[in-house]
Design a protein around this ligand. Structure first.
Ligand SMILES: [Cu+2]
Length: 107
């Protein structure tokens, strides 16, 4: 699996790009509130990721091999991403408040 972080110049939130390979996602990631979670399906099978966590529910819908989908994570908190098709897929996501102190040296 590959985890890459992009930093658009116009925002402090950083989109997180994750590829699914071998029916695996990272166990746990942290993203800034207001950023997007971008999923690239590099498997040869369909996936259908969702979150059933209260306050953080979403359905990404059927994702074909090679397809990229994204979901905006605007609310700070913790949620779990799962797959309707593959119950073994679970990824804990910590959405942290994206507000940053400009003096901390972070871009
Ligand atoms: Cu799946």
């Amino acid at each position: 699996m590959i985890v890459a972080i992009g930093a658009p110049a116009w925002t402090f939130a950083r989109d997180v790009v994750i590829s699914i390979q071998e029916r695996e996602l990272p166990d746990r990631i942290t993203v800034d509130a207001g950023s997007k979670l971008v999923i690239v399906n590099e498997d040869e099978v369909f996936h259908s990721l969702f979150s059933d966590t209260t306050g953080h529910k979403f359905n990404m819908g059927t994702q074909l091999p090679g397809q990229t989908k994204s979901v905006a994570l605007d609310t700070p908190g913790d949620l779990q991403v799962r797959c309707w098709i593959h119950p073994s897929i679970r990824m804990d996501v910590h959405v942290q408040d994206g507000t940053r102190d400009l003096t901390d040296g972070q871009p």
